[in-house]
Design a protein around this ligand. Structure first.
Ligand code: PMP
Length: 364
C-alpha cells in the first residue's frame, strides 16, 4: 500500500455520523492533570496487593470464557449499594459509559430520542447519536439548577424515549433534588436515567435516587467506580433498576462483555470499599478549598457536590487554559463561555493549580 491514507469523507460512513466530533478531552503528560474528574489518589497498596492476587487466580481459568452473568460482581454491587437491592437489580459494564450505551441500545435507536438538560455530560449526545437516535437538549436555569415543574414541562413537551438526569451534574457540579427526579418520571413514559457518577462526593446525609426505585420500573440509577473509587483505568460502571429492565440490557450486550480479569479486579476492590473510598473526605476538602480560593481571586465558582469545580468570570478561557498548561497544570475548557472546570486533586496538586491560577490570570 502507498503512503497516502484515505480521508474520512472518502469512506462509506453512516450519514448521521458525518461531521460529528469524537469525545476529545485532551490527553497530555503534564505533572498536574486535573481535567477528567479522576480520583488522583492511587489505589492503596494493601488493596492493590489483594487485587493482584485476585487477578492471578482468575488468570488460571482465563482459557475459558468468564461468567457471562458476572454473578459475584453483581452481588458485590448490591451489597455496596444497600437499600435492600439484590443482584437481579444490578447490571455492570466497562465503565458507566458502556452501561449508558446498553440502555440507549435497548431503549433509544433509530426513530427514537434521548433528552438531557444542558449543559450536561458531553457523552450523552454522542452515545445517543451512536445508536442512531436523536438528541434533544433541554434548558436549565441560569445557575444550572433544574426546577421540578419546569423540568416536567420540558420533558412532557419533548416526549423522549430516554431522559438523562445527571445528579450531581457534570460539568457544573450542580445538585439535583429528588422531587425534580420524581416530577420528570411522572411527566415521562420513557426510561429515566439518574447518573450518580459523582454521588459519593455529595453531603453525607443526601438521599440517593436509589430510594426512588421501588414502584418505578422505568427508573435507572447508574454509578461508576471511576470517580470516588479511584478505579478509572479498570473501566467499571454499574446500575440498579427493575429486574425486567436488566433483562432488556441482556438483549444488547456483547456476550462476555466483562472480562474475567475485570470481574476479579472489581470484586476485590469492592471488598475493600471503605479503604478505596477513604480519600473522598480529603477530595471534598480540596474541592471546597478550590471554591473559596478562586472566589477570593475574583472568579465565580458554582456550588459543587462533585469532585470538581466549574468557575466563571474567566475573561478568556482558552488563554487561561493555555497559560495553566504552560505551568504544567491541565484543567478543562468545557466550552461554556467565560468558564473553566478543574478537578480537585491531592492537596499538593490542588495547591499547584491554585498557585498557577493566581500567577497567570486575572478574572474578567
Ligand atoms: N457519567 C458522568 C456524569 C461522567 O462525568 C462520567 C465520566 N466523566 C461518566 C458517566 C463515565 O464514566 P466511566 O465510563 O468512567 O464510568
Amino acid at each position: 500500500m502507498g503512503g497516502v491514507s484515505a480521508r474520512l469523507e472518502d469512506l462509506p460512513l453512516r450519514a448521521d455520523l458525518r461531521g460529528q466530533k469524537p469525545y476529545g478531552a485532551p490527553q497530555a503528560p503534564l505533572p498536574v492533570a486535573l481535567n477528567v474528574n479522576e480520583n488522583t489518589h492511587p489505589v492503596p497498596q494493601d488493596v492493590a496487593d489483594d487485587i493482584v492476587d485476585s487477578i492471578a487466580i482468575a488468570l488460571r481459568d482465563v482459557n475459558r470464557y468468564p461468567d457471562r452473568e458476572f454473578t459475584a460482581l453483581r452481588e458485590g454491587f448490591a451489597d455496596y449499594l444497600g437499600h435492600g437491592l439484590t443482584r437481579e437489580q444490578i447490571w455492570a459494564a466497562n465503565g458507566s459509559n458502556e452501561v449508558l450505551q446498553h440502555i440507549l441500545q435497548a431503549f433509544a435507536g433509530p426513530g427514537r430520542s434521548a433528552f438531557g438538560f444542558g449543559p450536561t455530560y458531553s457523552m450523552y449526545p454522542l452515545l445517543t447519536r451512536g445508536t442512531g437516535a436523536e438528541w434533544v437538549a433541554g434548558a436549565r436555569a441560569d445557575d444550572y439548577t433544574i426546577d421540578p415543574a419546569d423540568a416536567a414541562r420540558q420533558v412532557a413537551d419533548a416526549a423522549p424515549d430516554v431522559v438523562f438526569l445527571c445528579s450531581p451534574n457534570n460539568p457544573t457540579g450542580t445538585p439535583l433534588r429528588l422531587d425534580a427526579i420524581e416530577a420528570v418520571y411522572e411527566a415521562s413514559n420513557g426510561i429515566v436515567i439518574v447518573d450518580e457518577a459523582y454521588f459519593e462526593f455529595a453531603p453525607g446525609d443526601e438521599r440517593s435516587a436509589l430510594t426512588l426505585l421501588p414502584g418505578r420500573e422505568r427508573l435507572v440509577v447508574s454509578r461508576t467506580m471511576s470517580k470516588a473509587f479511584a478505579f478509572a483505568g479498570a473501566r467499571v460502571g454499574y446500575l440498579a433498576a427493575d429486574p425486567a429492565l436488566i433483562d432488556a440490557l441482556r438483549l444488547v450486550r456483547l456476550p462476555y462483555h466483562l472480562s474475567a480479569l475485570t470481574q476479579a479486579a472489581a470484586s476485590a476492590a469492592l471488598r475493600h470499599a471503605p479503604t478505596m473510598l477513604r480519600m473522598v473526605d480529603d477530595i471534598v476538602g480540596q474541592r471546597d478549598r478550590i471554591g473559596a480560593t478562586v472566589e477570593a481571586l475574583g472568579y465565580t465558582p458554582h456550588e459543587s457536590w462533585t469532585n470538581f469545580v466549574l468557575f466563571g468570570g474567566v475573561a478568556d478561557p482558552a488563554a487561561t487554559w493555555r497559560a495553566l498548561y504552560d505551568e504544567g497544570v491541565l484543567i478543562r475548557d468545557v466550552g461554556i463561555p467565560h468558564h473553566l472546570r478543574v478537578t480537585a486533586g491531592t492537596e499538593e496538586e490542588t495547591t499547584a493549580f491554585l498557585d498557577a491560577l493566581a500567577s497567570v490570570g486575572s478574572a474578567a
